[in-house]
Structure formats: structure tokens, C-alpha cells
Design a protein around this ligand. Structure first.
Ligand code: ATP
Ligand code: MG
Length: 684
């Protein structure tokens, strides 16, 4: 059975006699499909499968339980109203038959036909019922179409709403992102009018230009107060609005505001047809980053500079030390010859010339050693302010009358720094002479002493602590960066051959470093130069008289001496000087030879020894001597103080002249050694 045959069939419920067979036959004859059902329950089952109409006898319903049937009728869909044709018995009309009216209520769409009836009546009733049923089916399909359409519409509505909501949410997300991002975002149109500005761009404008631009305003209006900035901004925007995509970092600031480094990226802004309608700017303040990079480069340069000086110092120190050793016997021998010479004035002049050259060589070597921080220093606590004040006349005469000298020193109690006073004076004089040379047409030379406290991480590399700062400030020609960066290098001079050794600042620099301080030069061409000399403060008071008398070699008494030096030439020269002073000298080539002399009964009043010797140095020898004879003084001759002679031994720095040697020996024998080498005691 196909669908139509089920939906259009008639169901015939006529359980008594041949009624059903007759009715089915009548209908079939008229071309109407019909099925007989035996019971009410099978009728309900068949109805569920589908039917066009129902023919039922009154008796079939009269006694049956109609629950299932009324349940089915109530449960019909709203389009469905199943037509029933009820065969009643004669006289069973509505008004006389209460059972029939009950069935009318129950069945709803019901037609009564009284038996006996003509077959045509039944057929025509059945046909009209079926037509009615067909209309119901049409209504059903229209209803279904309608519902389907409605469902589609609802679905469409829902997706549309969702898409709109999604799109809005996405736009809002983008808008929020742009509005709140830390990167600045700005759009400009072809008339240089701001189309959009986010909060970060607004803040950047405020910080850099001191103004807040408005959307709709032109850049000319917003930057009217800073014409040069406007001109530069227009230049980059013109490139961007010409369609270029590019990135640029540059410095910006309006008058009165600090400079900021700003990184900008430009991109064209296009409409849906791809035409450019403006340009985007993505910006970021990168001032800190750029400054950090600059600081790094600067620190690297300083480190490089320091390393260069260090290396130069090592080289120079080595050469100067050897040179010093060579110079010692030369100067010594010349000195002796000059004394022994009587009568021959030409030879005397020659020797004097040679001695003068020797002296100059000595100062040069001294400066080199000083740069290399290997100078023998006699340090003691010094009131730098007092030292400078005492030097006033000396300085004034060195700089001449065209330069005004100003000295400023701090008020309050004197402060002390550890330094070698002679070397410090030399350093100050060097700086003053440089200042004088920088002011050929006159000017002002200021020497300022003040006290400064250095915090951690000092840019000059000074360890934290309290310092005495001595500044020599001139109003001279100044230095360009290239000269400034090389000024401290040994032998660097702009003063022409024979005029400057280029060792002045080298000496000052090395001296400051050797004292645990620092030397800092600042200068600009045409603006003068400032030299700052930092000396660590000490709490010690002045313990010794500062001035050392420049007395000639004291006559002294005749001494028995043991002289120890591994270098034959030097030893011979020194021995000659000592003998010339009237002493008796026994020579030894090293510590062990010297000790052998003492152990085999040599009696001496003092031992004079070189410091730097293989196997046993001067200090070790001094210790061995004092074990054998604690009262025998030992004078140590040093090439340099770097490395330090320990234990407060009397020392004498090379090169020396006979008078220096005589005085040092005298002091050692008299036990006044402490005034000669306060450094080791003062520091320990
Ligand atoms: N106060 C200053 N003003 C300008 N330039 C200076 C000053 N001090 C030093 N310089 C520059 O630094 C260079 C090196 O100075 P330094 O004192 O080491 O040597 P010098 O003065 O040339 O020679 P010397 O000191 O042996 O006479 C100088 O030649 C000069 O170019
Ligand atoms: Mg100089």
C-alpha cells in the first residue's frame, strides 16, 4: 500500500452480520478504497496508520469502551478532523436518539445515515467526506510549508543577530585594543588632519610637544608653537602620505621640554577600493633604550681607554725601570768625575752639560714611572688646601701676569688626604703650566679644593668614599674630543717638537691612580678645560714635618758598609759614591754572598742593598740580616715603590745622586728611617 491509498482509504467498522462486506463492496464499486476492521481496537490501530474517512455502525460504538478512540481523536493534529459516517437504525435521529448526540460530541466531524439506505447515499456521503479529508491534507501541507518557512526565517534571524553581535564584539575588541594599547597609534589624512589618535599617542604628544591634538585638527594647528618640530614632522608625514611605508627613529622636543627619542613606523591607509586615503603612524617612545645604548657605547669606550692606558703603563713602566737602572751609574759616575775634576774648565763645562742632561733624563724617567704607577712615593696625610695656598707664589710666577689666579678652598676644619707632597706639587704645577699654555692671551686660572662624597657606581670608576678634589680650571682654548681622548697618553702632545714631552698629564693620571684616586679631564674647544684630581680622604693627622731639607751630603762618620747589588755596573757606581763619601765598602753580588760575608765574621755598621734581585730580594735579605744582628740598619735601594718594600725599611729611590745616598744612609744609621718611607707605615 502506498501513502495515498492509506491516507484516502475508508475504514469500515461493522462487526454484525454481512454489513461490513456489503459496505466495502458498495464503496469499492464506486472506486473508493475501503478496509473492514473487526474491532474498535483495530480501528484505532488502523487510524494511526492513516485513513480518509471512517464508516461505523451505531451498534459497534454503542456498547464499546470508547476511551482509546476518543484519545486518538483528541490527539489529532490541528489540521486533522477525521470524517465519520455513522450508520444508525431507523428512528435513531438526533432529536430522538440521545446515544447519537453523545457520538456527535465524541466524534466531532460526523454524518448520520439511517438504515436501510440506498447505496448511492453512502457512496456520495463517502465521496464528500473524502473531499473534506483531502482539503485537510492540503491545509496540512500548507501549514507545514508555513512552519518550515517560519523555522527558516527564525534561524536566519538568529544567525543574523549572532553575526551582527560577533561583528560588533570584534570591532569593539579592536577598538579597545587600539584605544588601550601602549603603542601610540595615529592616522592622518592628505590634508594633514588627524583622523584618529589613541590614548598612547595622546600621552606621547603631551610629553614630547606639550600639547594634545584633536581629531579633525591639522598638524599645523597642533604644532604651531614649535615651528621647527612642525617642519620636521611635515617632512616625515609627506613621505608617508606619498604612499611610502618606512620606519624612522629620531629625537623630538618642543621648546622647554626634554628631548625624547621616538620610533615611528608609517603605513598607508587605504579604502575598500585600495585608494590611499591617509597614513598610519605606529609610534613608541624609545628614549630609555637609546640612552642605555649610548651609555653602553660610552662605557665601552671608557673601558677601552682604560685598557689602553693600562697596557701603555705596563710597557712604559718596564722600559723606564730598565732605563733608570742604566741611568743610575751614569749619573753617579758623572757626579763623581765632576767632584774630582780640578782646574780644567772645559771638561767641567762638558761634565756639567752631561749632568744636566742626566738630570733631565731623570725627570723624564720619573714621569714615566709615575704614569706607570711605579714611582717611589713618600706619602703622608696632607692638607691639600694648605699645600695649594703655600704654592700661590710659585704658581703665580709660572703662569705670568696676564693670567689671573684664583684659589678657593673649603671653610671649616682641615681635611687630609694621603699623598706624596713633592709629587702632588709637581702634578699641580704640570696642570697649571698646561692651563697657561692654553691661555696665550691671558685668562683666569682657578684652583679649587673641595670635599666630595662618591656614591656607589660612580661613572669615573671611583670606589665609594670621601675624597679631596683638587680642580685646575682654565678659560683657555680647550680641547676637541680627539685631543681630549688622547691627552693622558704618554708622549701625546700638540705643542710641537722640543716643546712638550706629552708626559705631564700622563704623570698626573698615573700618580692619582697610584694613590687610589682618579684624574678626570673635561674640556670643550673654546670653553676651557677642567682637570679634577681626586684623592682619597684619610682620618690620620699629619704625623711628620712635611718639608725635607735639601741639605748637602752630611759629612757623617766613617762607616763600614756591605753593598749588595746583582748588576755589576750599578753596584760599582754606588760603591764608588760611598767610598768617595769616606766609607769602607765590601761588595756582594747577591743576598747569599752577603750573608756568607757576615757569617764568616765581616763586621759592618750598615747594609746597603738593591731591592729587586733574583733568588733573594732586598726585603728578604734585610730580614736575614736582622736575625743575625738586629741592630744593623739596612738601606734598600728601589727602582720603584710598586709592590712595596714591607716592614718600614729605610729606602732610597733610583736614580740618585751622591748627596741623596749620603743623606739616606745617614738617616738609616740614625734610625730616622720613618721620615723617608712613611708610606708603608702610614698605610699598614
Ligand atoms: N689645559 C689644557 N687646555 C687645552 N689643552 C690641554 C690642556 N692640558 C693639556 N692639553 C692638551 O693635552 C696635551 C697633553 O698634555 P700633557 O701635559 O700631557 O703634555 P704637554 O703639555 O704637551 O707636554 P709637557 O707637559 O711635557 O710640557 C697637550 O699637548 C694639549 O694638547
Ligand atoms: Mg703639560
Amino acid at each position: 500500500m502506498n501513502d495515498t491509498s492509506v491516507s484516502e482509504r475508508g475504514l469500515v467498522l461493522a462487526p454484525r452480520g454481512r454489513d461490513a462486506v456489503v459496505a466495502v463492496a458498495m464503496l469499492s464499486e464506486a472506486g473508493l478504497a475501503a478496509t473492514a476492521v473487526a474491532h474498535l481496537s483495530s480501528l484505532v490501530a488502523e487510524l494511526q496508520a492513516g485513513a480518509g474517512f471512517v464508516v461505523a455502525t451505531e451498534e459497534a460504538l454503542a456498547t464499546a469502551d470508547l476511551h482509546a478512540l476518543s484519545g486518538w481523536i483528541d490527539a489529532q493534529e490541528e489540521w486533522s478532523d477525521m470524517p465519520f459516517i455513522l450508520l444508525t437504525t431507523r428512528g435513531g435521529g438526533l432529536e430522538r436518539n440521545p446515544a447519537a448526540s453523545r457520538h456527535l460530541d465524541l466524534l466531532g466531524n460526523v454524518t448520520f445515515i439511517e438504515r436501510p439506505f440506498h447505496p448511492t447515499t453512502l457512496v456520495s456521503l463517502a465521496q464528500s467526506a473524502l473531499r473534506g479529508r483531502r482539503r485537510q491534507y492540503q491545509a496540512r501541507s500548507r501549514l507545514e510549508d508555513l512552519r518550515e518557512g517560519e523555522a527558516r526565517l527564525r534561524e536566519l534571524n538568529e544567525t543574523l543577530e549572532r553575526r551582527v553581535a560577533d561583528a560588533l564584539a570584534e570591532r569593539k575588541l579592536f577598538a579597545d585594543m587600539v584605544a588601550t594599547t601602549e603603542g601610540a597609534f595615529l592616522i592622518m589624512d592628505h590634508d594633514f588632519r588627524y583622523l584618529a589618535i589613541n590614548a598612547a599617542a595622546m600621552a606621547d604628544y603631551r610629553r614630547i610637544f606639550g600639547v594634545e591634538p584633536r581629531v579633525g585638527q591639522t598638524i599645523h594647528e597642533s604644532l604651531a608653537h614649535a615651528p621647527d618640530q612642525l617642519a620636521r614632522a611635515l617632512a616625515v608625514w609627506r613621505r608617508a602620505l606619498a604612499g611610502e611605508s618606512f620606519a624612522e627613529t629620531s629625537w623630538w622636543h618642543a621648546p622647554g621640554l626634554p628631548e625624547r627619542a621616538y620610533e615611528m613606523q608609517f603605513r598607508p591607509l587605504r579604502d575598500t577600493q585600495g585608494r590611499q586615503i591617509g597614513s598610519f603612524l605606529f609610534g613608541q617612545d624609545v628614549t630609555e633604550r637609546v640612552r642605555d645604548q649610548e651609555r653602553l657605547v660610552e662605557a665601552n669606550a671608557r673601558l677601552h681607554e682604560a685598557q689602553k692606558l693600562e697596557t701603555l703603563g705596563q710597557l712604559t713602566g718596564g722600559v723606564a725601570h730598565d732605563f733608570n737602572n742604566l741611568l743610575t751609574p751614569i749619573v753617579g759616575a758623572l757626579d763623581l768625575l765632576r767632584r774630582r775634576l780640578d782646574g780644567d774648565p772645559r771638561s767641567a763645562r762638558l761634565l756639567d752639560g752631561a749632568l744636566q742632561s742626566g738630570e733631565r733624563a731623570k725627570t723624564l724617567v720619573q714621569r714615566l714611572l709615575s704614569f706607570a704607577r711605579r714611582q717611589a712615593l713618600d706619602t703622608c696625610p696632607i692638607d691639600v688646601a694648605e699645600l695649594v695656598i703655600n704654592m700661590r707664589d710659585l704658581i703665580a710666577s709660572s703662569i705670568g701676569p696676564t693670567i689671573e689666579l684664583r684659589i678657593t678652598t673649603p671653610e671649616g676644619p682641615a681635611a687630609f688626604a694621603l699623598a706624596d707632597p713633592n709629587q702632588l706639587e709637581l702634578a699641580i704645577l704640570n696642570l697649571c703650566v698646561n692651563a697657561r699654555d692654553a691661555m696665550p692671551a691671558g685668562g683666569v686660572l682657578t684652583i679649587a679644593v673641595d670635599e666630595v662624597a662618591i656614591e656607589a657606581h660612580d661613572s669615573r670608576g671611583l670606589p665609594p668614599g670621601d675624597y679631596q678634589r683638587l680642580s685646575v680650571i682654565d678659560t683657555g682654548v680647550g680641547m676637541d674630543p680627539a685631543t681630549l681622548s688622547r691627552a693622558v697618553e704618554p708622549f701625546y702632545s700638540t705643542k710641537g717638537a722640543g716643546k712638550g714631552t706629552g708626559l705631564g698629564l700622563s704623570m698626573v693620571h698615573g700618580f692619582a691612580a697610584q694613590l687610589g684616586g682618579a684624574f678626570v679631564l673635561t674640556s670643550e674647544p673654546g670653553r676651557g678645560t677642567r682637570a679634577d684630581f681626586y684623592l682619597p680622604r684619610t682620618t690620620e693627622e699629619v704625623a711628620f714635618p712635611l718639608a725635607r731639607p735639601d741639605t748637602p751630603a752630611p759629612a757623617g762618620r766613617h762607616l763600614r758598609l756591605l753593598l749588595v747589588d746583582d748588576e755589576d755596573l750599578v753596584r760599582m757606581g754606588t760603591a764608588e759614591m760611598l767610598r768617595d763619601l769616606g766609607h769602607e765598602v765590601t761588595e756582594a753580588r747577591g743576598g747569599s754572598e752577603a750573608l756568607r760575608h757576615l757569617d764568616t765574621g765581616l763586621e759592618v755598621d750598615a747594609v746597603v742593598t738593591d731591592y729587586k734581585m733574583p733568588n733573594m730580594d732586598g726585603a728578604a735579605l734585610a730580614e736575614a740580616v736582622s736575625e743575625r744582628s738586629p741592630s744593623t740598619p739596612v738601606l734598600v735601594i728601589t727602582g720603584y715603590a710598586g709592590g712595596g718594600v714591607q716592614g718600614g725599611l729605610p729606602t732610597l729611590a733610583k736614580p740618585f745622586r751622591q748627596a741623596d745616598l749620603g743623606r739616606a744612609l745617614q738617616e738609616a744609621v740614625e734610625g730616622r728611617s720613618s721620615t723617608v718611607v712613611p708610606i708603608s707605615r702610614a698605610r699598614s
